[in-house]
Design a protein around this ligand. Sequence first.
Ligand code: SF4
Ligand code: SF4
Length: 643
Amino acid sequence: MIINHTLFYIVFAAAMLFFAYSCYVKFGLVALGKPDNRGGSLKNMFRDAIGQTRVIRGPFGINHAMLFWSFLILVILNAEFLINGLIPALSFGLLPSWLYALLMNIFDMVSVLVLITVAFAMARKLFFPPYPEARSFEAFAILGMIGTLMIAFFFMHGAEIAMGHAKSASIVSGIIANGLAGASPEYMESFYAYSWWVHAVVLLVFMNYLPYSKHMHVITALPNVYFRAKSKPIIPKREKFEDGNTYGAGKADEFSWKDLLDSFTCTECGRCQDNCPANLTDKPLNPRTLIHTIKDNLNANGKGLKTGDIKEPLIGNSDYSVAKDTIWSCLTCAACMTACPVFIEHAPKIIKMRRKLVEMDADFPEELLNLFENLEQRSNPWGIAPSDRTKWCSLLDLKEYSDDTEYLFYVGCAGSFDSRSKQISLALTQIMDAAGISYGILGKDELCCGDSARRLGNEYLFEQMANQNVELFKSKGVRKIITQCPHCFTTLKNDYKQFGIELEVIHHSELISKLIKDGRLRLNQTDEKIVFHDSCYLGRHNDVYDAPRDVITGTGATVLEMERNHDKSFCCGAGGGRMWMEEDLGTRINVDRVNQALETSPDSICVSCPYCMTMFEDGLKDVGKEDIRVHDIAELTAMRLTK
Ligand code: SF4
Ligand code: SF4
């Protein structure tokens, strides 16, 4: 049996050197990113990466998980193979016979499993690709290499058994050994040597191909999940507004290192695009290609980013750039991030690019100019006189928030100024009065929370608004807040922590559901069938799914679910500041969502967000179904109050 070990030393050394160089280059590019002090979590890595929690949830997830877990087991086999190639005296042959036999049978079985998963993956790529470009040469090349490695192992080990060099036979390799039974010793040796070299070369080529392919995720997925965001929702980082600073991301190295690691970790599985409402309504935004483009831009510019020799702008119209229309199409709904098996963070990258456009270039869609001016000058998106903020409750005798009230009812701009949403505010006061909740409002002193400014990239304006609100809350001693708007809810609860205040913020769905459970509200019962729409900033961003459903069932109604529900919900079209923008590309998101709701044949539709209310009512008008009523959960409850 002739294995030229000297030749293998040379091949191995060359392969390892090239692999080390490739990793140095790629991780060197990641290191160009801005600092991001995240800290890691082994628990997250073991549960989500090694445990494949998210992978399993998607189509063909079990197949990929099987392949991954098999890969982990076969790392042991391949490590032994390489060590034995370098130091022939070291091999599994040194193990006790029983352990050797056990290991070899495990490797046999796992290799069969890998061949099956590879066959399924190939069939999927051929016949049911998640998107047409997934049927690529690269995908088949990688699968082909994995399959070849398994077959070479069977041949190699089968020949060892046939030649009597193995300590014991194993099931699958034993079949190969039986096939070689009548062959001459020279033939068996050659058969072994050829299989051995095929295994060695394919293994080393596979390893070196990884950094240059989408399979780089084999190397980066574990660290990427280790460093994944620990908090939910992912809150955009603050900027340091100082002379000479730049804001947002206008070049690849203005992203953080984690953003750049994300770009090398994309598996191109396409799950994000399958859940992205912008992509599904033909907007020029595909979260998969967005991440891919950031990687391509980084690769194309390389070290030139540091020297200023930038060949491809990050934001622009080339194949290596992200188009402005892409950046403005995002709803920051987090559907992509929730679906991504490797926890890539798409929306924060988009917000960083928006910041660059808004803060550095004053380059944003025309309609946002009015919005920003209104927020800045009148602290509401419509530019209505702040003195009108309390008109909605002019006939009520509501208390001003003071030390002796438990909760601040933060009404929000929609609840204060929008004629439809004012009805939700009134309904909520009815409920709180019926339950004897101690609450007060800020009246004319209330200010906009700044949600839209932040999601749209106007961080400077958001900072001003947040600071004003924090000062106001502190001066009034506010600690507990009730709000009917998921956008106010998430901003006050999560974003404001960055501004030095920790507030207990309760969405009205949580409050009402608790009041019903505690028997503090008596409601007439109904047998209606009501379809519920999860708002992105209540559900996906803050994991509040049960409370609004509990409110609906508390009225006796049956909750109908759309196909896209809970964390797979489909944005109404208003998130990420899109509420204030024209939707002139693709089809209308709210019409799509309304049609999804109508497919359930509901008696009525229920929402828990004033923006969703607007989008649903507009959508129903567009499809000629105004006879279907949309209620907020507060209205649903208030109309059935018996006391
Ligand atoms: S946040 Fe929503 S709209 Fe934006 S890319 Fe992700 S899925 Fe698409
Ligand atoms: S970003 Fe995540 S979900 Fe989207 S294609 Fe890449 S790995 Fe898949």
